[in-house]
Design a protein around this ligand. Structure first.
Ligand SMILES: [Zn+2]
Length: 232
């Protein structure tokens, strides 16, 4: 799987080998973690993308809604579960703190973004560099600073890392959505709806922008590979 690939929820779960029930999954398998994000207007958390798609500021997650906590948005995001174990918030927070202290490499985090109901995009591998607590709306939330790991590519089957020369930037959600609508969820070459990928018409490394829909198109896997072979 490559950054910009469009996947269904099922394909995403198959790629990770688990049923992804929650948005934050510290060290899901092997040495990497997985987070699910959404920048849609009705998204439950205030995730944001900065620096032309190189930086992701990801918000921690609330306590689960239960009989005792009917309005999680009124409560501080938790460090511990009621049972006393570390929450996903704290697992990511501790990993970032250890990295800041210089005692470990940044955690590698695979990021999937929800684009539409049942439609997800793989945004690539990010490095978790910082975490902090932020006071907002009378409660405390976790914030995580992640940066696109431009030199890291994860093999999904093994969880092993390898280097990559693919320097394309994260495409902003509104651009992805505009392209998805314009191309009607189909490959612009053959109309296929399978294995779609958000393709930079002019690659970022050759000066093409990630920020305008005019430079992004949907291609199926076959046409994406054919195009890469032609360019390189
Ligand atoms: Zn095609």
């Amino acid at each position: 799987m490559n950054p910009g690939d469009v996947v269904s929820y099922l394909e995403m779960c198959t790629a990770e080998g688990v049923n992804l029930q929650r948005g934050m999954n510290f060290r899901l398998r092997g040495d990497y973690s997985v987070i699910l994000m959404s920048l849609r207007p009705n998204a439950p958390y205030a995730d944001r993308v900065e620096s032309e798609g190189r930086v992701l500021i990801y918000e921690g997650h609330d306590v689960p809604r239960t009989k005792d906590t009917p309005v999680p948005k009124n409560l501080d995001q938790p460090m511990r579960t009621p049972g006393g174990t570390l929450t996903q918030n704290d697992l990511f927070y501790q990993a970032a703190a250890e990295h800041r202290r210089g005692s470990r490499e940044p955690a590698l985090v695979k990021v999937y973004e929800k684009l539409h109901r049942g439609i997800w995009v793989y945004n690539g591998v990010f490095k978790l560099l910082e975490a902090w607590l932020e006071q907002g709306n009378a409660r405390q939330v976790f914030k995580f600073h992640l940066e696109l790991a431009e030199d890291v590519h994860l093999d999904h089957a093994t969880g092993q890392t390898a280097t990559t020369l693919d320097h394309d930037r994260l495409i902003p959600s509104d651009v992805k959505l505009a392209v998805w609508k314009r191309d009607k969820g189909r490959c612009t070459k053959c109309g296929s709806t399978d294995n779609l990928h958000f393709d930079h018409i002019i690659p970022y490394s050759k000066g093409g922008s990630s920020l305008v829909a005019e430079n992004i198109q949907l291609l199926c896997a076959r046409h994406n590979i054919a195009k890469r072979d032609n360019i390189e």
